[in-house]
Design a protein around this ligand. Structure first.
Ligand SMILES: [Zn+2]
Length: 381
């Protein structure tokens, strides 16, 4: 949408930085991917630009109102789209407002007033995108399919692999699923998105993929500055002692501390597996977003201090566990009757300690910063 608008701009307008900003993933009427876009436009004729934007709004964007996006990948309630657009004459930055927009629902009447605005709820994301101070940022090169393209997206396999292996790209593949994450799922005009730490790498990688012989033609591409992989949505890690663990329907695990309730979703892979093995009294640390029901959805997890396994010693003769004969009565082998002083044997739990773990690439939030290669390597030891 933004790309088409840019293509139709009248002459003598300079296009500056474009932004793709991910927002609170629990917002009730969010767009798919909780994304908003913005672009910096420079002109000596602001009135002329606003006249163009008025017409573009009426002809192209306003008619999309009420459209219901269907997705086979999402079961959440879909709302009719309510697009919005805002224009600020000057650069605006507001870290507190942006931060709030990643942590809770923002209502339309809370928005700082724009110099001009169009439409409905879409103004919330647009206003937040403009107020993002972009202190930490990454980049994404996005290419769009030709208008008549349908069906399976065609990306050159060799080029896809080259792009994945470039130093500066990230989140290109989910090795576990053996699949590329460059192309979006489902119905979308986007052919691919390549995430990189630096702008130059985005441009370089996009060209490799677009110029490759087996990649389908694109109608255009551009590089966005984004807040993806910045962890901007997360606060300081929370350390706590496990007080209660339950596994709920769907294989998700709920962990309670004395203050909070945490959830590890089955889709979180290693996190879910480790959480199922937790025991009362274990000390762990995690990072995650608080959902509207106040549960904290775990995105990063670290085992700090695990209680060792305690077992009664084995009978040296029969190799069976000895059992207690009662308080201060010692322990005894049921088979041969051998007795011994009352004691326990402790052993390690066999879980990784003091390393951060994260969900597989396809289950991570757009905002989540992937653990570095070094961190992951350490995790696999
Ligand atoms: Zn025995």
């Amino acid at each position: 949408m933004l790309f088409q608008l840019i293509q139709h701009l009248p002459p003598k307008i300079t296009v500056g930085t474009a932004r793709l900003v991910r927002l609170w993933p629990f917002a009730v009427q969010r767009t798919r991917g909780n994304a908003a876009v913005a672009v910096e436009l420079k002109t000596d004729d602001e009135d002329g630009l606003l006249t163009f934007l008025d017409a573009y709004w009426d002809d192209v964007i306003a008619p999309l109102r009420g459209h219901i996006e269907t997705s086979e990948h999402s079961s959440r309630k879909q709302y009719p789209s309510d697009p919005g657009m805002v224009w600020f004459s000057e650069t605006v930055k507001d870290f507190d407002f942006y931060r709030k927009g990643l942590r809770k629902e923002i209502l339309i009447d809370e928005l700082p007033e724009a110099d001009k605005s169009w439409g409905g709820l879409g103004r919330i994301g647009a206003t937040l995108a403009l107020h993002w101070p972009a202190v930490s940022k990454t980049y994404e090169a996005i290419a769009w399919r030709m208008p008549d393209a349908t069906g399976q997206r065609k990306l050159d396999e060799e080029a896809t692999q080259i792009v994945d292996e470039l130093e500066g790209t990230f989140l290109c593949r989910d090795d576990r699923l053996q699949s590329s994450l460059l192309a979006p799922r489902g119905n979308s005009p986007v052919l691919f998105g390549i995430r990189t730490w630096q702008r130059d790498d985005s441009e370089h990688a996009a060209k490799i993929l677009i110029d490759a012989p087996m990649t389908e033609p694109v109608s255009g591409w551009m590089v966005f500055e984004t807040n993806q992989a910045t962890n901007d949505h997360l606060d300081e890690p929370i350390e706590f002692t496990v007080e209660k663990i339950e596994t709920i329907k769907g294989g998700h695990t709920i962990i309670n501390s004395s203050h909070d309730r945490f959830v590890a979703f089955r889709e979180s892979g290693q996190i879910a597996l480790q959480c199922q093995k937790l025991q009362l009294g274990d000390e762990i640390e995690c990072l995650g977003l608080t959902a509207p029901d106040r549960t904290i959805h775990i995105e990063f997890l670290r085992m700090k201090n695990l209680k060792p396994n305690r077992n009664r010693p084995l009978c040296p003769v029969c190799n069976k566990s000895m059992t207690s004969m009662g308080k201060n009565q010692g322990i005894r082998c049921k088979k041969c009757g051998r007795v011994s002083d009352d004691h326990w044997e402790e052993s390690e739990r066999g879980l990784p300690q003091n390393v951060w773990i994260q969900p597989p690439p396809s289950s991570r939030r757009h905002l989540a910063k992937p653990l570095s290669k070094e961190q992951t390597l350490q995790n696999n030891m």
